[in-house]
Write a protein that binds this ligand. Structure first.
Ligand code: CO8
Length: 259
């Protein structure tokens, strides 16, 4: 079924897909329908051998201004419990291919949390990152207290979560939240370029490397090192490892096939 709140741009670069959040009048506020569509589209792209990296963007004014406040306003705790919206987020967390957020304008609340669920963040100069839920009498619920703290440290995370202060792109970059800042007309192009670079690598190596980096968030150093080592050894079972090393020796570009 064609999604209503997303636009899927096929192949802006070889083996790259681009999913655009598309509720422009609501600053791409993440209602349940949009998040359900995003989960389904990402699952399809994850299963598509032609896709090796996925860019997620909004538009120039907003990546996403958060969860849809109007949809949540009159919900009870039991409604929220029954809706169980975070199972959608858990599914997105398990997407194996690299996700690159291309952010311009507002990335607030759930929008900021969605960028942090991605593996890399490219921002325009106008990007603003924040967790302003405290101003609504709630708190972040989709990883904002956990991923933000791991990314920027306790002092800044506390300030953002407890006061709702937004970070400029420059502050987000200085704090280590994002990878790169570019002028507004280039933010999407730059994210696609980053995705294309990743898509030119061995997809199996990319997948196992992503897995290993993410593992570092929820395990001990000892277990993480064991996990890394197993993935490292496993890659020597791939044709791509033979091709990558042979190409280096022969001074040519490797052609990775994902086997
Ligand atoms: N939800 C619903 N509608 C929104 C949202 C939102 N989060 N943000 C903006 N809109 C709507 C506005 O109501 C307005 O609609 P209308 O024209 O019908 O009045 C339209 O988008 C344009 O917005 P503004 O007129 O307010 O635009 P401004 O440029 O003046 O201001 C701001 C932009 C500063 C971004 C402002 O809109 C704002 O403060 N938005 C709310 C930001 C916010 O508080 N986000 C956190 C939401 S709570 C949350 O994310 C919880 C996360 C945990 C669960 C995650 C599950 C997805």
């Amino acid at each position: 079924m064609t999604p209503e709140h997303l636009i899927v741009h096929q192949q802006p670069a070889p083996h790259v897909a681009h999913v655009q959040l598309h509720r422009p009048k609501e600053l791409n506020a993440l209602n349940l329908e949009l998040m359900g569509e995003l989960r389904d589209v990402l699952r399809q792209l994850d299963a598509d051998d032609q896709v090796r990296a996925i860019v997620i963007s909004g538009d120039e004014k907003a990546f996403a201004a958060g969860a849809d406040i109007k949809q949540m306003a009159d919900k009870t705790a039991i409604d929220m419990y029954n809706i169980d919206q975070f199972s959608t987020w858990d599914t997105i967390r398990r997407i194996k291919k690299p996700l690159i957020a291309a952010v311009s304008g507002f990335a607030l609340g759930g929008g900021c949390e969605l960028t942090m669920l991605c593996d890399l963040i490219i921002a325009s100069e106008t990007a603003r990152f924040g967790q302003p839920e405290i101003k609504l009498g709630i708190m972040p619920g989709a990883g904002g207290t956990q991923r933000l703290t791991r990314a920027v440290g306790k002092a800044l995370a506390m300030e953002m979560v407890l006061t709702g202060r937004l970070l400029t792109a420059e502050e987000a970059f200085q704090a280590g939240l994002i990878n790169k800042i570019v002028p507004v007309p280039l933010y999407l192009q730059e994210a696609v370029k980053m995705a294309a670079t990743i898509a030119s690598m061995s997809p199996l190596a990319v997948r196992m490397a992503k897995e290993a980096v993410l593992k570092s968030f929820d395990t001990t150093l000892d277990e993480g090192l064991q996990f890394e080592r197993k993935n490292f050894y496993l890659l020597f079972a791939t044709e791509d490892q033979k091709e990558g090393m042979q190409a280096f020796v022969e001074k040519r570009k490797p052609v990775f096939k994902g086997r």
